[in-house]
Ligand binder design. Structure first.
Ligand code: ZN
Length: 247
């Protein structure tokens, strides 16, 4: 089975469309979404429509999906994120709001080899930023491959008999990780709609469970178009500016 892995789309329909164009329907079997469909970007309804049209195998909620439905509980959000959450809550259709509200919480196991979560397998809202967090997550993961999002930073952590380690994939356009049967993996595909690794291109991955490989991909998209939507929506301008630098 080939799974299209999408994380942190963040209401950026321009980035999402570029990903879907770069990963045509005949190159994967099912889609999996690691949360944060909305928040920050200006097209939450269009992004949810696109996700629904993929008939995804699994979608779990992210903290921004939760915040758009339960504003009062978004106490750890900074000023800009909160303004975007308020705007998103006002902009979502009733149907889409209900869809977000019903999204399950991670972690979720998809089969004998794969588990997904938004933040970490031990806490959906925890950020895995360093090796310590990664080791804790590898301890908690119930499958040899755990895919996560939330930080918007593509990264590959591994646990072998020699210990734990990690690296940042340096991808021109794609980077393939061949999965070894005696290694456990914790992999972040990066963010579709708001990359933060200094590379403004949209990030996504394709996991091929038969070939035991995961391909981390980057694709350019019309950033100015996404920025214009953010300005026109009256969202904080910093949300548009950061897209150009991928931070
Ligand atoms: Zn996010």
């Amino acid at each position: 089975m080939r799974l299209l892995i999408l994380s942190d789309i963040h209401a950026n329909v321009d980035a999402f469309d570029a990903v879907l164009a770069a990963a045509p329907r005949d190159t994967w079997d099912r889609a999996v979404v690691l949360g944060d469909l909305v928040g920050y970007g200006a097209e939450p309804n269009a992004v949810i429509e696109r996700v629904l049209s993929l008939d995804p195998l699994a979608v779990i909620r992210g903290n921004h999906d939760k915040a758009a439905c339960h504003l009062a509980e978004a106490t750890d959000f900074n000023h800009v994120a909160r303004a975007a959450a308020v705007w998103t809550a006002q902009t979502l259709t009733a149907e889409h709001r209900m869809y977000l509200e019903r999204l399950p919480q991670g972690p979720m196991t998809l089969d004998e080899t794969l588990e997904i979560c938004h933040g970490a397998p031990f806490d959906e809202d925890h950020y895995i930023f360093d090796g310590g967090d990664a080791s804790r997550a590898l301890d908690a993961a119930s499958r040899p491959l755990c895919l996560f999002g939330h930080t918007h930073l593509p990264v590959v952590y591994r646990r072998t008999a020699l210990g734990d380690g990690g690296f940042t994939p340096q991808a021109e356009t794609e980077f393939t990780v061949k999965l070894s049967p005696d290694t456990r993996y914790l992999i972040n595909p990066g963010s579709v709609g708001q990359p933060r690794d200094g590379d403004p291109r949209a990030a996504f991955a394709i996991y091929n469970s038969d070939a035991m490989a995961i391909r981390l991909c980057r694709v350019e998209y019309p950033v100015e178009q996404a920025q214009r939507r953010i300005f026109d929506a009256g969202l904080p301008p910093s949300l548009a500016h950061r897209l150009a630098v991928g931070r």
